[in-house]
Write a new protein. Structure first.
Length: 471
């Protein structure tokens, strides 16, 4: 018996559909397997944490998940990346490299991208584990949720839907449905064909699929094994979910903004008091960069566009406080740097407890009395509109208000006793200054970083130390 040759050629476009379908399914399988593999260490009793900063970049980026293996505190060695209970913030964790062991046995950690060791040493009893596995990008959705980056979440969801649809591109080819355009059969069970051609047809679908799943499994397994807890490179692991970058510890602060988040409009309060904020308006942007570059917030660069950062929730205006900020003024007509106000919008009915640059270029600290609403101010002795970074500190308690600039006391008053009481919001940059002395523009033009609010008065030694430490 002779074999009948196949009369119909394969439908044009089958190869393209096959490649698209296999590629889409491979991508989806890789993501799913990575997520499943990242969960395995938790089942073994290890601790997994999501990286949300670039403080130890570039080897590990925001969105990676790192697994820490339990270890005895007396077994840690210099060079290991340790996951520890944060010594400065109850209920948080920190993931930094062990730089040295102090004489008293305390552990001094340091982020690879940070210029100096962490200020507070860690007790051996606070060690949770040593980082040994890294799973790239698995935690990105968690990071986007934390920072409010809804556009990234929506884009990712759209890409997943698209991949699911593309994964069905070769469905007709896999199931043997005749070509919908020309009617050419893909699997002709009634016509005898050469065994070699049949094997080739089956292999064209089955082998790429098996190979794709195998490659995905290999990618997942090697991704986790690529990290060594004792690598000698500059960067291996980034910090834990609460720290975008490790800046100066906000000791006893009730608000601490470092503007070091990577994406989105959210601004994290690293003091642990929940005074997170948001960028509002198009005139304020985050000057992104690595932790070494020391990110900050910039305002007024877009011309007439206004912007500011304001807290999410209202609190009572404090009677005793210290407000400190690093700023760089590049505008010639002044503007408000940081302070308190009754509203989240561009203007507030009540506003005081603030630092602003007047029309003459001098820095001013102002509070408003509770009786006649008299506006008490203290001014710097020289202009600050010079394009250089300055450290400003304002302190208040009954019968004592002081202004400090770059570690030097500029002046004070003793006639301010009680302040206007109202609920409101802390904010950086734009705010109405109507009625305040020496006012120029309401919108600050320049850069702002390291905003701190304390519900106590810092003394001169503390203020000078803060200035010496830099931003």
């Amino acid at each position: 018996m002779t074999r009948n040759p196949r009369r119909n050629d394969r439908c044009h476009g089958d190869l393209v559909a096959l490649v698209v379908g296999v590629a889409a399914r491979t991508t989806l399988a890789t993501g799913v397997l990575l997520a499943l593999w990242a969960a395995v260490p938790v089942l073994l009793g290890w601790t997994a944490t999501t990286v949300v900063s670039e403080s130890m970049s570039p080897a590990v980026r925001a969105g990676d998940v790192v697994a820490a293996m339990p270890v005895d505190a007396d077994a840690v060695t210099v060079g290991q990346v340790l996951l520890v209970e944060d010594p400065d913030h109850e209920g948080r964790q920190r993931l930094h490299r062990l730089e040295r062991i102090e004489a008293d046995g305390a552990l001094r950690l340091r982020g690879d991208a940070n210029p100096a060791p962490d200020r507070t040493a860690v007790g051996p009893d606070r060690v949770i584990g040593v980082g040994v596995l890294r799973f790239p990008f698995v935690g990105l959705p968690n990071v986007w949720l934390r920072t409010g980056d809804w556009s990234a979440l929506a884009t990712t969801a759209a890409v997943v839907v698209l991949l699911v649809l593309l994964g069905r591109a070769d469905r007709d080819l896999r199931t043997g449905v005749p070509c919908r355009r020309c009617g050419t059969p893909r699997w002709d069970l009634r016509t005898e064909v050469d065994d070699a051609r049949t094997t080739l047809s089956v292999g064209a679908v089955a082998l790429p699929t098996v190979a794709a799943l195998t490659l995905a499994a290999m990618a997942v397994s090697t991704a986790g094994a690529g990290f060594s807890g004792t690598t000698d490179g500059r960067s291996t692991l980034a910090s834990t979910p609460s720290f975008p970058c490790f800046h100066h510890d906000p000791v006893d602060a009730v608000l601490a903004w470092d503007f070091a988040e990577r994406n989105g409009p959210g601004v994290l309060d690293t003091s642990g008091s929940g005074q997170d904020g948001q960028f509002v308006g198009s005139g304020g942007v985050r000057a992104d960069g690595s932790c070494t570059d020391n990110p900050f917030a910039s305002f007024g660069a877009a011309g007439d566009a206004e912007g500011w950062v304001v807290t999410d929730t209202a609190v009572a205006a404090p009677d005793v406080f210290t407000v400190s900020v690093w700023f760089r003024s590049t505008g010639s007509d002044g503007g408000r740097i940081v302070g308190f106000g009754s509203d989240r919008g561009s203007a507030s009915t009540h506003r005081d407890r603030h630092l602003y640059v007047g029309a003459d270029g001098h820095l001013r600290f102002g509070v408003e009395g509770s009786g006649s609403q008299f506006k008490f101010t203290v001014s710097s002795s020289s202009s600050v509109v010079d394009g250089e970074w300055h450290h400003a500190v304002a302190t208040f308690q009954p019968r004592s208000m002081e202004l400090w600039l770059d570690g030097v006391r500029q002046g004070g008053r003793t006639d301010a006793v009680t302040l206007r009481q109202y609920d409101g919001y802390w904010r950086a940059a734009r705010q109405t200054l109507s009625g305040w002395p020496g006012v120029g523009s309401y919108a600050f033009t320049g850069d702002i970083d390291t905003v701190r609010v304390h519900h106590r008065v810092l003394d001169g030694a503390m203020i000078r130390a803060e200035f010496a430490a830099g931003r």
